[in-house]
Design a protein around this ligand. Structure first.
Ligand code: NAD
Length: 489
């Protein structure tokens, strides 16, 4: 397995200007994996210059030329699937069975989807006044700054890079300072399959230095950000200087409503997937279960039994279903919410602590945690972003909707019912960018992904994201020689 530790600027692997490095830690046992060059403001400036110089030639390529490189990259990712799965698992703590079956496959799928999209960007012909032809074209923006978090670094690299490149933009991407390894490897593969120097640049660095510089940079035309709401707000402020476009995929507090007519066994498994996959470190996690009071007792019994049976352990073991959280800091944050829950009077049905297994004590593990809480409690309003789920009961549909829509977030939401009319009503009324009915957390490169409210704006994936990475030009042509100009003499 290759572990890269430099910055990629203008097609070359370089140390940072000031020679500093960042320790990359294995979340399973707190050991050092490697030290990666730390980009600060000067490195970001160099990367933006490289992306700016590479832009005209990249934008001038045909869509099919750009698409072909993305398709080759997707093939390369599949060839190196096992290596990427192991690298992602090592760096993030995701169980290897998930990185093999989900992260790597979805990454290849995403690059392939947008490889296919690259030559299908069409404008419109618009009926306007007689004697004129009006049509639109979609043009790339220029240099795109992309800032991603640590929870799905490999997958998010594809979500960010693939559409931006397909549309003809060049990129400076800043992976999280905690999990940069898979992004660096993908960038290396891009060089291997023939992406020109400077089209993609990778600057690993902290948010307050590298991230902040990228967000304010005059030569960056757009920032695409995935991360917390607080950082998203800072990025909007930093973007004001040159009025760059901003796209924000922010936090979530997913409502997962279970109605009395739902299939209880399907719901127990589905709700566990909704929250415990990736140790709950998912913006779209179903972190608030809102359940009809008549079935709450039976559900809780089965749900707690399932949570207690989840195999927690070394992410490199194929039997492992839940690995460690990705950093020590984040583990401490999640454990703090367990204390807050108790202080607010919530009942902890299981978990709330680190596992006591001797082989896991150095890692950043937290047991699957289920609490019974009031929907106004902090743990039902704030994003915990861990294997932590609250359960609240409701008496009728109006109350369920009120609870579901009670947070400042609006990203993903789910509901379980056999009543099709009720499903449509709730899908319409829920304050969310995505709604899943009798399933949870489905994603696909063809389906728009994003939120409302404090969960951000703009959409990733599908054709929607091509709008985000292009700007529209409207062209008017006078096609009737007899139309008099206003000042005819
Ligand atoms: P974070 O906001 O702390 O960091 C995200 C990225 O922003 C990192 O690369 C970080 O270095 C950078 N950053 C930090 N401060 C910055 C600044 N001032 N200027 C520019 N960049 C800065 O978030 P996190 O803790 O890494 O990730 C978890 C958060 O991400 C959660 O809130 C989660 O819900 C959210 N998230 C959202 C989505 C989505 O699609 N909506 C997906 C995954 C994660």
């Amino acid at each position: 397995m290759q572990v890269l530790n430099k910055l990629l600027i203008n097609g070359s692997w370089v140390d940072s200007v000031n020679g500093k490095t960042i320790d990359i830690i294995n979340p399973h046992d707190n050991s050092l994996i490697t030290k990666v060059a730390e980009a600060t403001e000067g490195d970001v400036d160099l990367a933006v210059d490289a992306a700016k110089s590479a832009f005209p030639e990249w934008a001038a390529k045909t869509g099919s030329e750009r698409g072909l490189l993305l398709l080759k990259l997707a093939d390369k990712i599949e060839e190196c699937a096992e290596e990427l799965a192991q690298l992602e698992s090592l760096d993030t703590g995701h169980p290897i069975r998930d990185t093999r079956n989900l992260d790597v496959k979805r990454t290849a799928l995403c690059f392939r989807y947008f490889g296919g999209m690259a030559d299908k960007l069409e404008g419109a012909t618009i009926p306007v006044d007689e004697g004129f032809l009006n049509f639109t074209t979609r043009e790339p923006i220029g240099v795109i700054g992309q800032i991603v978090p640590w929870n799905f670094p490999l997958m998010f690299t594809s979500w960010k890079m693939a559409p931006a490149l397909a549309a003809g933009n060049t990129i400076v991407i800043k992976p999280s300072e905690i999990t940069p390894l898979s992004t660096l490897r993908i960038a290396e593969m891009m060089l291997e399959v023939g992406f020109p120097a400077g089209v993609v640049n990778v600057v690993v660095g902290y948010g307050h230095t590298a991230g902040s510089r990228l967000s304010e940079h005059e030569d960056v035309g757009k920032i695409a950000f995935t991360g917390s709401t607080a950082t998203g707000q800072r990025i909007v402020q930093a973007s004001a200087g040159n009025l760059k476009k901003v796209q924000l995929e922010l936090g979530g507090k997913g409502a997962n409503i279970i109605f009395e007519d739902a299939d209880i066994n399907q719901v127990v498994g589905g709700s566990a997937w909704a929250i415990f996959h990736n140790q709950g470190q998912a913006c779209i996690a179903g972190s608030r279960i809102i359940i009809h009071e008549s079935i709450a007792e039976e559900f809780c019994e089965k749900f707690v039994a399932l949570a207690k049976s989840i195999c927690i352990g070394d992410p490199s073991d194929p039997k492992t279903e839940m690995g460690p959280l990705t950093s020590r800091l984040h583990q401490q944050r999640v454990l703090e919410y367990c204390v807050i829950a108790k202080e607010e009077g919530a009942t902890i049905l299981c978990g709330g602590k680190e596992p006591s297994t001797p082989s896991l004590v150095d890692g950043f593990y937290v047991e699957p945690t289920i609490v019974l809480a009031k929907y106004t409690d902090r743990v039902c309003q704030e994003e915990v972003f861990g294997p932590f789920v609250s359960i609240t009961t409701f008496k009728n549909d109006d109350e369920a909707l009120e609870i579901a829509n009670s947070t400042q977030y609006g990203l993903g939401a789910g509901l379980w019912t056999k009543d099709i009319g009720r499903a449509h009503y709730f899908a319409r009324e829920m304050h969310a960018g995505m709604v899943w009915v009798n399933c949870y957390k489905r994603v696909h490169p063809a389906s728009p992904f994003g939120g409302v409210g404090r969960s951000g704006y703009g959409r990733e994936m599908g054709f929607e994201v091509m709008r985000e990475y292009t700007q529209v030009k409207s062209v008017w042509i006078n096609v009737d020689a007899n139309i008099p100009p206003f000042y005819k003499r």
